[in-house]
Design a protein around this ligand. Structure first.
Ligand code: F6R
Length: 603
């Protein structure tokens, strides 16, 4: 959740580090700091606040030196103050450390260090590391890497970290266990980061560290256990720039037609009316052997999994479900050898989802990934799956990745269906529907201004309902989630059939309901739900592809007609726009909602 940047090379490090931090700010943002080595001395600068505050602190005289580390922090242990900001150092100031993750036995280690006379300056778990590393060096460790390894052998928990030693200024020691680290291999320089965003401006040649790896990084190479051959990533600096949009959320919502095209590219087999998902590594016999499908993810990825389960049941007629990954991992699940487990994650780094995958693999379950970030921990742990290809998401709220999850699950459902009873005609219908989806999303995006007007009318509501049924029940959950997280307006989602069993008691003129009204076999019943809400004075915003009677709803957000099975992908888009406009009307920072971070690599 926090961000790490490191640099070794010919350039002054401070500028590269601060620029890198600003690319990572979306991950965590309550304090920032850097450390630079020069003439066998480490200089540290830290501050509470954002990267701009650090920039201001450095002013015209940033510390000199061509090797350095930097960090943006999202507080877990200790308040977001300058003292708790990273880098942390040992008592002599020789060793500086930046760390993502959580050291679970920090209390024990702090007590031990204190008993040995070490004075700890911060409340953080991280601060134990520089002291332990310095102790290991004093105790005879032959190199900084050896000292870091010795220190880490005392640590329980997760880390991605970078260590700077004043006495070896041309190198950094970098290690990973449960928190991502990527090494950017430039021309005579190296950039270390927790996220590609800080690397791709300098190079697209990268090495992803695996859990348990520890390496020494120098300007001309990497020494240690990592696979040294870099891979080229298909991500560019422009992916992390606003490109004329007011915020990344707006940019990523608008990017969806292209993102869907990327997800579909090369995967639609019109000859056999099926899909090609080679990354699954499942042949037709394997596909036929699947008797159940369970999607596992967190938050929006879990809701997308619910949509996926609906698609698989409908198109392949295989029982399917979805479960929050963080619950699955702890409930000692029965792992069914005939079940296909699908780990769903935009970042590929979510700790709960990764742990669920590890639990499944330990028990011999067959698990594939539906992941956006190539090279991420979940993608590598699964080994096979379907990449989402939505492009990098910078805004904390997930939008284009969620849409691409649904699109990918539709392709998976067609594939599973076509080795069973899904007809050629229905397969073909789904492929046509998928191909038309980008165009339909474009049409929704064109109504952005109209959706903005509706959102403004209801932005002062203190709570809203989101209502949808069957296929649209998870869409309603996702709509409520988007509204909550970026606007801080309370929202709850209910299947329409459940309203009358309790929640209807809350409906009054101050409680708007966003009702999803697809033109499907339940249309008359959904219209009945709207009438029930309005009879209690509740305002209704209908999202629909049907022709509704005039005056049925207080506001109507129109969606083009698509194949009914694919409509959930489309109905999600106006809900994203609605949530963003409410948030903007309320003056929220839509890209960086309070209390949240982009990838949740801690429990
Ligand atoms: C909501 C949101 C979160 C994530 C969840 C899982 O907009 O972004 O609910 O969906 O934290 O993250 P990933 O998909 O990275 O595993």
């Amino acid at each position: 959740m926090c961000g790490i940047v490191g640099y070794v090379g010919p350039r002054e490090a401070a500028g590269v580090l601060v620029e890198g931090l600003s690319r990572l700010e979306y991950r965590g943002y309550d304090s920032a700091g850097l450390a630079v080595a020069h003439r066998r001395k480490v200089t540290v600068r830290r501050t509470a606040g954002r990267v701009d505050d650090l920039r201001e602190l450095l002013g015209d005289s940033p510390p000199r030196g061509t090797t350095g580390i930097a960090h943006t922090r999202w507080a877990t242990h200790g308040e977001p103050t300058g003292t708790n900001a990273h880098p942390h150092t040992d008592a002599s100031g020789r060793i500086a450390v930046v760390h993502n993750g959580i050291i679970e036995n920090a209390d024990v280690l702090r007590a031990e260090l204190t008993a040995r006379g070490v004075r700890l300056a911060s409340d953080t778990d991280t601060e134990v590391l520089p002291h332990l590393i310095a102790e290991a060096l004093d105790g005879g460790a032959g190199s900084p890497a050896e000292a870091v390894r010795a220190a880490l052998s005392r640590v329980e928990g997760t880390y991605g970290l970078a260590v700077l030693d004043a006495r070896t200024p041309g190198e950094l020691v970098v290690a990973r266990n449960g928190s991502p680290i990527v090494l950017g291999v430039g021309d005579g320089e190296m950039v270390v980061a927790s996220d590609l965003a800080a690397v791709v401006r300098h190079t697209r040649q990268v090495v992803f560290l695996d859990d348990g790896e520890l390496v020494t990084v120098r300007a001309d190479g990497i020494e240690g256990s990592a696979r040294i051959t870099p891979t080229t990533v298909d991500v560019e600096g422009a992916d992390y720039a606003l490109g004329g949009h007011p915020d990344f959320l707006a940019k990523e919502i608008a990017d969806q037609p292209d993102a869907v095209r990327r997800a579909l590219a090369g995967r639609l087999d019109t000859r056999f009316s099926t899909t090609r998902l080679g990354g699954l590594e499942l042949d037709p016999r394997d596909l036929r052997g699947v008797r159940r499908v369970l999607f596992l993810g967190c938050g929006s990825a879990y809701y997308a999994g619910e949509i996926g389960a609906g698609l698989v049941e409908e198109l392949a007629r295989i029982p399917a479900g979805a479960e929050p990954a963080g619950e699955f991992r702890y409930r000692n699940p029965v792992v069914d050898p005939d079940c296909l487990y699908v780990a769903v994650s935009q970042s590929g780094e979510t700790a709960d989802t990764l742990a669920a995958v590890q639990e499944l693999r330990r028990k011999g379950g067959r698990v594939i990934g539906a992941v956006n970030v190539i090279g991420s921990a979940i993608a590598r742990e699964c080994g096979s799956g379907v990449f989402l290809h939505s492009g990098p998401e910078v805004s904390v709220a997930s939008t284009k990745a969620v849409t691409n999850m649904t699109v990918s699950f539709a392709m998976l459902a067609v594939l599973l269906g076509r080795v069973r009873d899904l007809s050629v005609a229905d397969g073909r219908r789904m492929l046509d529907g998928l191909q038309a989806l980008p165009r339909h999303i474009d049409a929704v995006l064109e109504s952005d201004a109209a959706i903005g007007e509706v959102a403004k009318r209801y932005a002062d509501a203190s709570s809203m309902f989101f209502v949808g049924r069957t296929r649209f029940s998870p869409v309603a959950r996702e709509g409520a989630q988007k509204l909550k997280e970026i606007s801080y307006v309370h929202a709850e989602a209910y299947p329409a059939s459940e309203l009358k069993h309790g929640p209807l008691a809350l409906v009054d003129p101050a409680m708007p309901s966003v009702v999803l009204v697809p033109d499907d076999e339940l249309l008359a019943k959904t219209v009945g739900t709207i009438e029930q809400i309005r009879a209690r004075g509740g305002p209704v915003i209908a999202v629909t592809d049907a022709e509704l009677p005039d005056g049925l709803a207080d506001a109507v957000l129109r969606v083009p007609r698509t194949e009914p099975e694919l409509a959930p992908a489309l109905f999600g888009v106006p809900l994203q726009l609605f949530a963003r406009h409410v948030a903007v009307a309320l003056g929220r920072d839509v890209d960086r909602p309070r209390n949240l971070a982009k990838s949740v690599t801690v429990e």
